[in-house]
Design a protein around this ligand. Structure first.
Ligand SMILES: [Zn+2]
Length: 202
């Protein structure tokens, strides 16, 4: 697989001009992928209506991600979910936000809450050596995880702050290599698809 030059296009989902278009040459021909750094939506040229790729994605994907689907020029777009075992995860999640409103008649300020989806960042943290025996790696019997996802230390970002969420995770230190290695990914369920299942019970 060979990657050609990336370029930035206007995102059909949110209208920002920070949508990365990458083109790959594979043995089956050309593949284009898109990932918007503002809204975090992603797609690729296989995600056409009625395609197997789209069917598979719909089978593996959490309801929230499916509900947020947008269709543009015949391609289905979904919010991405990124898992980097050494760094952490970013995934969309329903969240509760606070809003301060001032009553125009009484001048009274009150706090209200509203629900919307947003980005959650969970960082990978080191497991102390003496505790690693509690975290066996099911895919490699006899070996143990050295990192776990810190589910208690969630950081939240608004839905158009994907860039900040990615920065929080340190995705840009090796952005080039990490996109080649890990994604953009569609169809991961984020928290529902925890790569280190033992982490959430501790
Ligand atoms: Zn966008």
């Amino acid at each position: 697989m060979e990657q050609k030059q990336d370029k930035l296009i206007v995102c059909p989902c949110c209208g920002s001009d920070a949508c990365y278009e990458s083109e790959f040459t594979t043995k089956d021909g050309n593949l284009k992928t898109w990932l918007c750094m503002t809204c975090g939506f992603t797609t690729n040229t296989t995600m056409t209506e009625d395609s197997d790729a789209l069917k598979q994605t719909l089978e593996l994907t959490a309801e929230l991600i499916k509900d947020l689907r947008q269709d543009h020029q015949g391609l289905a777009w979904f919010p991405t979910a990124i898992t980097m075992p050494e760094k952490g995860m970013i995934f969309p999640e329903p969240q509760t936000w606070g809003k301060r409103e001032t009553d125009t008649e009484t001048g009274e300020t009150k706090e209200t809450e509203y629900q919307d989806w947003g980005w959650t960042v969970v960082k990978a943290v080191d497991i102390p050596e003496e505790e690693q025996s509690k975290y066996p790696d099911p895919r490699n019997p006899g070996t143990f995880y050295k990192k776990r996802m810190d589910m208690k230390g969630k950081k939240r970002f608004l839905k158009l702050e994907f860039m900040d969420a990615a920065e929080e995770l340190g995705m840009f230190e090796k952005w080039e290599t990490s996109t080649k290695k890990y994604g953009p990914q569609i169809g991961s369920g984020g928290e529902y698809n925890d790569p280190n299942p033992s982490s959430s019970t501790k």
